[in-house]
Design a protein around this ligand. Structure first.
Ligand code: AP5
Ligand code: MG
Length: 220
């Protein structure tokens, strides 16, 4: 049975930052629905243009579009033994769809670490975030600065501030999260796969705490 990890947490909790560290350590594919949408937007695909209308307002992209996109990604050969999902599922309908997609590839959600961070910290993190244009590497002007300002440490590409990281949009994204995504905490708790991790600690400490809960749930 292939094991999948779902990283839960509000916007700015550190899902992308931690997903990068964990998938490198565990040699798993990192599937970020937000990154796939942004890649599509960069390439000006129809999907990218459609998604941008929702993303830039801080709204969720409709379930049918998002589910079809993730289903396609999960059908790739590199996901046959498992993967880490970052930013999906984000609604109860997406969670149900995930269970059914995974059952079709003999997979299951084994571990759902929930990175908890209070709202005032989230706003500070997102309004100070800088993202790499080429591959989405993540920095923060105060908490994780790049060595050369404005340039990615990993591939030298330009760093930019996401359109949806403006303070008003961030506040709206948090409201959307509380209404539509927060119920998944209880959903996965009831399935006995949820583990809460304090996301206010250092990046390295949060990585260690996440790896500990993932290993406890049998994903290695
Ligand atoms: P998405 O890209 O998934 O954004 P998000 O969930 O809002 O989360 P973020 O990427 O903003 O935050 P993160 O938790 O990854 O934090 P990060 O590691 O960057 O989605 C964007 C949009 O796409 C959605 O609004 C929606 O429109 C659409 N979408 C995506 N998935 C969808 C779905 N399933 N259904 C429908 N629509 C969907 O860290 C943030 C900052 O904090 C960084 O600067 C980082 O350096 C810093 N930081 C991280 N950890 C720490 C730490 N421990 N201490 C100090 N600073 C830290
Ligand atoms: Mg992210």
């Amino acid at each position: 049975m292939a094991s999948f990890i779902v990283l839960l947490g509000p916007p700015g909790a550190g899902k992308g930052t931690q997903a990068e560290a964990i998938t490198t350590e565990l040699h798993l594919p990192h599937i970020s629905s937000g990154d796939i949408f942004r890649e599509n937007l960069k390439n000006q695909t129809e999907l990218g243009k459609l998604a941008a209308g929702f993303i830039n307002k801080g709204e969720l992209v409709p379930d049918d579009v998002t589910i079809a996109m993730v289903q396609e990604r999960l059908s790739q050969p590199d996901c046959q033994t498992g993967a880490l999902l970052d930013g999906f599922p984000r609604t109860p309908a997406q969670a149900e769809a995930l269970t059914s997609i995974l059952s079709g590839i003999q997979g299951q959600v084994k571990s759902v670490p929930y990175i908890s961070v209070p709202e005032n910290v989230l706003i500070d993190r997102l309004t100070g975030r800088w993202t790499c244009r080429n591959a989405g590497h993540i920095f923060h002007e105060k908490y994780n600065p790049s060595q050369v300002p404005g340039k990615c440490d990993f591939d030298g590409s330009e760093l930019y501030q996401r359109e949806d990281d403006k303070s008003e949009t961030v506040k709206h994204r948090i409201r959307v999260y509380l209404k539509q995504t927060q119920p998944l905490i209880e959903y996965y708790r009831q399935k006995s796969v949820l583990a809460e991790v304090d996301g206010t600690k250092s990046i390295k400490q949060v990585t260690d705490d996440l790896l500990a809960v993932i290993k406890r749930n049998g994903n290695e």
